[in-house]
Design a protein around this ligand. Structure first.
Ligand SMILES: [Zn+2]
Ligand SMILES: [Zn+2]
Length: 361
């Protein structure tokens, strides 16, 4: 028996979020109904909440989520079983040029997200919202994650997919030296992913709490860049060569300069994974076209992930090649009815991922 109401969290105004109730969407023959466990609050989410990123409001969203299948339509693939844990997969049409060429996250064929949904909320349609006690979605929109994995960890599928996408664009090879600037959530996601790809990983961080957290993962050398010259330390650790790949996960000009200074002289790859507000400046040397040419420098922009990144990230998480539990804030998940509190906590500088308990309605 499916419920007749669905609960979801929404940002009503800058700094104001609340739980709402709507009618339970009618599932179709290719839909699955997922009883949701956890949605983690993405950087993107809390920056919309605190007004750093402008979005149309009110907005109902959430995409770092997981739950168990409780119902499936008659045309759903038998690979899906009742009770199976699933997480959010890419929304793509499968037939547009971008989808056909493997860039499903750039799909131009999906429904427009420009206007408000039928119930007046921007963002995701009813049934497709991550901050919700149920999802009612086409089977293509979810991917399985082993039931052995804790729900808050299974919910990390999207950030790990995105990190994998960026590191693959940077052609990270086993044994290469990859430096991650910043040991916050995105820094640690990138560090674990680079480690899973076989790279030697170095993290730089100034905050003692984050330094401890980064060290505790056991996958990286961690430089305390408040008490050390991080550029010299990277040179020392790489026997003077410098990093093959740098990933600044701090959206500041100073971090970009430091990352560039650490990069190996020739054939280095500079991956721009995260945005900053205001946008970080490139070091002038880095964007000198002759230097880019002579140094064979790759400046790589990345966001999102394609379907194979998601499928592979699902295996990385399911087979414990990455350990999302190191990237969670150590508190009990906050119930959906207290979504205001959850967003406020997530907006507090220095926190790792905050989990929302989606059955707490
Ligand atoms: Zn996210
Ligand atoms: Zn498409």
């Amino acid at each position: 028996m499916l419920p007749d109401k669905i609960h979801f969290g929404a940002i009503m105004d800058v700094g104001k979020a609340e739980m709402h109730t709507g009618n339970f969407p009618e599932p179709g023959p290719e839909d699955i109904v997922v009883k949701m466990n956890i949605c983690n609050i993405c950087t993107n989410d809390y920056q919309q909440f605190n007004g750093m990123r402008k979005k149309d409001l009110p907005m109902a969203a959430g995409h770092e989520c997981s739950g168990y299948i409780v119902w499936k339509g008659k045309n759903v693939n038998p690979l899906y079983e009742i009770g199976m844990q699933v997480s959010n997969f890419i929304n793509s049409c499968g037939v547009c040029y971008e989808c056909r060429t493997g860039n499903q996250d750039l799909c131009t064929g999906k429904f427009s997200e420009d206007g408000p949904c039928s119930d007046g909320f921007y963002g995701r349609k009813p049934g497709e919202r991550g901050f919700s006690d149920y999802m009612v979605v086409n089977q293509r929109r979810m991917i399985s994650v082993s039931n052995d994995i804790a729900p808050a960890c299974a919910a990390f599928l999207e950030p790990f997919s995105a990190a994998l996408h960026g590191l693959r664009k940077g052609h990270v090879m086993p044994g290469e030296d990859v430096v991650i600037i910043g040991g916050g959530t995105m820094g640690l996601v990138n560090a674990q992913t680079a480690h899973a790809l076989g790279a030697r990983v170095i993290i730089t961080e100034i905050d003692p709490y984050k330094i401890d957290r980064a060290k505790s993962m056991g996958v990286a050398d961690v430089i305390d860049s408040r008490n050390n010259n991080a550029v010299e330390e990277v040179k020392r650790l790489t026997k003077g060569k410098g990093a093959d790949v740098v990933v600044p996960c701090v959206g500041l000009s100073a971090a970009y300069k430091q990352a560039y200074d650490m990069l190996r002289k020739a054939a280095g790859r500079f991956i721009i994974y995260s945005a900053g507000y205001p946008a970080p400046e490139f070091p002038p040397d880095m964007v000198n076209s002759n230097k880019v040419h002579y140094n064979k420098l790759d400046i790589i922009g990345t966001i999102g992930a394609n379907s194979s990144d998601c499928a592979d990230a699902s295996r990385f998480i399911s087979n414990r090649l990455v350990k999302p539990e190191f990237i969670l804030q150590l508190n009990k998940p906050i119930p959906l009815r207290d979504i205001q509190k959850a967003y406020e906590f997530a907006s507090t500088p220095g926190t790792y991922r905050i989990s929302v308990d989606l059955q707490g309605v």
